[in-house]
Ligand binder design. Sequence first.
Ligand code: GSH
Length: 226
Amino acid sequence: MGAPDASPFVIKVMMLLKMAGIPYREAQGNPLKAPKKMLPFIVDSGETIADSTFIRLHIERKYGIDFDAGLSAEQRGIAWAIERMCEDHLYFAMLESRWLDRAIFKQGVGTMFKILPAPMRPVAKIMLRRANRARLIGHGIGRHTRTDIAALALRDLDSLAAILGEKPYIMGDKPCSADAFGFGIVTSILTPSLDTPLRSAMRRKPNLVAYRDRLTRQYFPDLACR
Ligand SMILES: N[C@@H](CCC(=O)N[C@@H](CS)C(=O)NCC(=O)O)C(=O)O
């Protein structure tokens, strides 16, 4: 859909591997067959690691990488808090619009069911939309109206834009752990094919758009920025 992957968590792991300089091969994943019934997971020399943050910890431990090298303890805490805001709050606002807003679903994730045989698609769509509704209710954000969810997400966008400011990366002159999902969520929300209110709001943040363009050129040079 114009981003390196449809899932910001998959993009996060691609970014972490690129930042660590570890070559990898991508494979089409099926959440139903994934260890935690979610993507991403990786297989590293026969060892399976599921969940983007556990993958980060695995890379740090096994390959002796410190994604936050050069940051103070306070800055590491801030980087973690920014990542949590994006993963555990802003992501869910995006999930709500992608899956539950019918028009946006049709333009976006609804088009990804072509990998299934045609007769299975309608049932799969209903099941996955139901599963995501349940996930959003379980999270809590799905209990609010769409307008209220947008208001909460806008606070996240304002915060992220203010924290980034004119810096090239979230925590300064060097990319760190927070940039992996930071880039993942910014590029996902700016996905050209999805005309969401969240995307319109982010397009009004020139520093976030420039951040997406800059990191796309740096890490995914094959993808043309739109
Ligand atoms: N905490 C997980 C979240 C991953 C996640 O939410 N993955 C979504 C795709 S963006 C997924 O696989 N959803 C399938 C489902 O909910 O059934 C991580 O960091 O990897």
